[in-house]
Design a binder for this molecule. Structure first.
Ligand SMILES: Nc1nc2c(c(=O)[nH]1)N[C@@H](CN(C=O)c1ccc(C(=O)N[C@@H](CCC(=O)O)C(=O)O)cc1)CN2
Length: 296
């Protein structure tokens, strides 16, 4: 068996096109959704993500604002900037790129963002709302995974899902979203006993541990759907590097029913869902109907 490849790049392109149509209609009514992205420091990967976020925001017709702060910036200065963005009516979404330098209390910064503008869904109020099944801003990567799973399967009801990884950004919100779609959900992690056996019983495996190739092909139940959230840069020899996921793709593709590649799987959906959340936040701010299909 060779798995169906779930093409996140193409899915994200379609989603951006649809968002661009919605933005065009809003702009005709005098409303331009605005997204502010804050980057602290010079982490090269973060700089690329922020650049791509700005470009894609402009491409769908939204207003894009970027704030680049020195790695040594004082936490108070960052909080002041967030306060200004909270008060700016032309900004509907605020995102602080992670990770932040060690001297900054990330939770304090994320919780300073107006929950209505928290397009990352990391504010504790949005975390609580998602966990209790209320209307929330939902973290972009898990939202993208859910969209791809629903697109492939239709209903996820009754499926056995295993999320490997318990981060606040992916693992925990992913588990909440799958629960919301009536899956039976297990959150596994590096200390899980018999991890192989736990993964083997899953109809849906979401791997988000940040360890290259950790989930082996023979851990996968034949026909299962595998969503690989890992983005690991590894040595490819001759001074080059390449991106690999948390799943051993070559092994898993022979067993799974469907699988996301790395690159070109979940990654592109992260930024597309950021744009989706910004559009949703803008509509909510203006008391307009929610755009369909962009929230769980
Ligand atoms: N505030 C946030 N910080 C971070 C988030 C986040 O959602 N919010 N997620 C990640 C990084 N990230 C977005 O910020 C992100 C990661 C990967 C991709 C992506 O498109 N990946 C491509 C490959 C890109 C490459 O060649 O390097 C792919 O998988 O095909 C987009 C966004 C951590 N920080």
């Amino acid at each position: 068996m060779t798995a169906t490849i779930l093409d996140g790049k193409a899915f994200a392109a379609r989603l951006r096109q649809r968002i661009a149509g919605d933005v065009e209609r809003l702009r005709a009514d005098g409303i331009t959704p605005g997204l502010a992205v804050v980057l602290v420091g010079e982490d090269p990967a973060s700089a690329v993500y922020v650049r791509n976020k700005g470009r894609q925001t402009r491409e769908v017709g939204m207003k894009s604002v970027e704030h680049r702060l020195d790695a040594g910036v004082a936490q108070d200065a960052l909080l002041t900037l967030i306060g200004e963005l909270n008060a700016d009516a032309s900004i509907h979404g605020i995102l602080v790129q992670l990770p932040l330098p060690g001297h900054i209390d990330s939770a304090a910064v994320l919780d300073a963002i107006d929950p209505a503008k928290d397009v990352d869904g990391f504010h504790v109020l949005n975390v609580g709302r998602l966990a209790t099944g209320q209307k929330a801003m939902v973290p972009c990567t898990p939202l993208g995974c859910l969209m791809m799973l629903r697109d492939h399967h239709g209903s996820l009801s009754g499926m056995e899902a295993v999320v490997v990884g318990r981060s606040n950004i992916v693992g925990k919100p992913m588990a909440q979203l799958l629960l919301g779609d009536d899956c039976t959900v297990t959150v596994a992690h590096s200390r899980t006993r018999d991890l192989t056996g736990v993964v083997r019983r899953a109809d849906i495996v979401v791997a988000a541990v940040g360890r290259p190739g950790m989930v082996q092909g023979d851990w996968i139940k034949p026909g299962a759907t595998v969503i690989d959230v890992g983005i690991n840069r590894v040595d490819a020899g001759e001074g080059k590097t390449r991106l690999v996921g948390d799943v051993d793709f070559d092994g898993a593709v022979r067993v799974a029913g469907a699988i996301t590649p790395v690159p070109g799987g979940v990654g592109p959906m992260t930024i597309a869902c950021l744009l989706a959340n910004t559009l949703t936040a803008c509509c909510r701010a203006h008391g307009l109907p929610e755009p369909e299909g962009l929230t769980p």
